[in-house]
Ligand binder design. Structure first.
Ligand SMILES: [Zn+2]
Length: 286
């Protein structure tokens, strides 16, 4: 059996972008991000879930400029905790800081009955429509959670006139996927593409020019033994896509990184030899 060292030196490195990570929920970020760089990650889109998470995400992105790019959002899971004036404050914060955000996310709908019990479908849709309106007004791409709400999610995105969107960790119906593709939107693959049937089908059906990679860390993945994910686990998403598409990892990396650069307009902001880095913007809080 080859030694760990030998395996490491044999590891092929590709330029990868984790397009959906909850870095605000991770401990020991310095070493986690070092590991991410070692695995070839050149950029991470760090999504926020609510006011506190958005602030933390902005702070993290300032600590790791040209590598961590913040998205500001309001996750449907948080809505059960919020009354309408708190929702207004959340939206105000996002708008006040929107120039620092590369995208709006994580936002969306979740029709799992435990979520709907706490935040009705109507309430979720109303809040999402307002968030999408912000994205449209400031011309930002959106990172969407649409569990069991794929059709409504797509409908709202289209009604809002959103040009750029990713339906992250998509596990929905093929018919909705077709309409997502026809709308010019993207779908992203998580490490669950190694084993989750519906996600595997969706990844398989998504053309390479509409596919992104992500980890949604620190989500726990795995059948049987579970592990807590970090951005470095993007290599699992990469491997799973290569296997499902029957193409080599280099081609998957090339396509998905190019797609991420296009969707999030990262061309001139990634710290790579071919990019000109911009200085970090100052954090503006309420
Ligand atoms: Zn997420």
């Amino acid at each position: 059996m080859p030694s760990k060292h030998a395996l490491k030196s044999n590891l092929k490195l590709y330029s990868l972008i984790d397009t959906h990570a909850h870095l605000d929920e991770l401990q020991n970020l310095d070493s986690i991000l070092d590991n991410a760089r070692e695995r070839g990650i050149v950029a991470i889109i760090a999504v926020g879930s609510d006011y506190r998470s958005n602030i933390k995400t902005l702070e993290i992105s300032q600590k790791y400029p040209s590598f961590v790019f913040p998205a500001l959002g309001l996750h449907p899971w948080q809505l059960g905790e919020l009354n309408s004036s708190q929702v207004n404050s959340e939206l105000e914060f996002i708008e006040q800081n929107i120039t620092q955000a590369i995208a709006i996310g994580e936002i969306g709908l979740d029709y799992d009955k435990r979520v709907v019990k706490r935040a009705s479908k109507e309430f979720q849709k109303e809040v999402l429509a307002r968030l999408l309106e912000l994205a449209r007004k400031y011309n930002k791409p959106v990172s969407l959670h649409t569990r069991y709400a794929w059709r409504d999610g797509l409908q709202l995105v289209q009604d809002a006139g959103i040009a750029k969107a990713v339906f992250h960790w998509f596990t929905g119906f093929s018919s909705v996927l077709t309409d997502i593709m026809n709308g010019g939107y993207y779908v992203s693959a998580t490490p669950a593409a190694e084993y989750h049937e519906e996600h595997r089908r969706a990844v398989k059906e998504t053309p390479m020019d509409k596919l992104l990679l992500e980890t949604d860390c620190p989500v726990y993945y795995g059948r049987g033994t579970k592990y807590q994910s970090a951005p470095g686990d993007i290599t699992r998403s990469l491997g799973a896509v290569a296997q499902l598409k029957r193409i080599d990892e280099a081609a998957v990396a090339e396509h998905t990184t190019r797609n991420a650069i296009e969707l999030f307009s990262l061309e001139n902001v990634i710290a790579s030899p071919h990019c000109h880095c911009k200085p970090p913007l100052s954090l503006r809080t309420k």
